[in-house]
Design a protein around this ligand. Structure first.
Ligand SMILES: [Zn+2]
Length: 135
C-alpha cells in the first residue's frame, strides 16, 4: 500500500500560513497538485461490510469519521486519506476466510484486463494471489 504523505506548515516557507491545513501529496509522484474528489462518511461503509461480509471494520478507521478521495492532476492516481485507512492484516485474513473474496475468477478481472488491453507492462500492487496476472 502506498501511503500519502502529509506536509505540515512547518515544511512551508516561513511567510506562509501557520494556520493552513496539512497539505496532501500524491503518494506516487509526490505532486501537491491534487484535487479532492469526494468526502465520504465511514459509517455507511462500516454498515455495508457488516451486512455483506459479517466483518466489523470499525477499528480499522481508528476513530476517523470521514475519509477523503483524492485524484492527482499530474499522474491521475486516485487515493484515500488519511493514511491509516490501509487495511490491516487482520482484515485481509478475515476476508480470506469469507470465501467469496479471493476467487480465481471475478468480473473485476475481466474489466481490468479490458482496461489494460494494449499495455505491455502492468504493475499490480497489493495482490495476494496472482489470478489476474494469469489471465
Ligand atoms: Zn501523482
Amino acid at each position: 500500500m502506498i501511503r500519502p504523505e502529509r506536509v505540515g506548515p512547518e515544511n512551508l516557507p516561513s511567510n506562509m500560513g501557520e494556520h493552513l491545513p496539512a497539505q496532501v501529496l500524491c503518494p506516487l509522484c509526490r505532486s501537491g497538485e491534487i484535487r479532492r474528489v469526494k468526502l465520504i462518511d465511514v459509517a455507511p461503509a462500516i454498515a455495508l461490510w457488516r451486512q455483506f461480509f459479517q466483518i466489523d471494520i470499525t477499528p480499522e478507521f481508528q476513530g476517523v469519521s470521514q475519509m477523503e478521495l483524492f485524484r492527482c492532476v499530474s499522474c491521475s492516481i486516485s487515493f484515500f486519506t488519511p493514511p491509516c485507512l490501509a487495511g490491516s492484516p487482520q482484515i485481509y485474513s478475515q476476508l480470506a476466510n469469507y470465501g467469496g473474496y479471493y476467487l480465481a475468477q471475478k468480473w473485476e478481472y475481466d474489466a481490468a484486463l479490458a482496461d489494460l488491453r494494449g499495455r505491455e507492462r502492468v504493475l499490480e500492487v497489493g495482490c495476494e494471489r496472482v489470478y489476474l496476472s494469469k489471465g
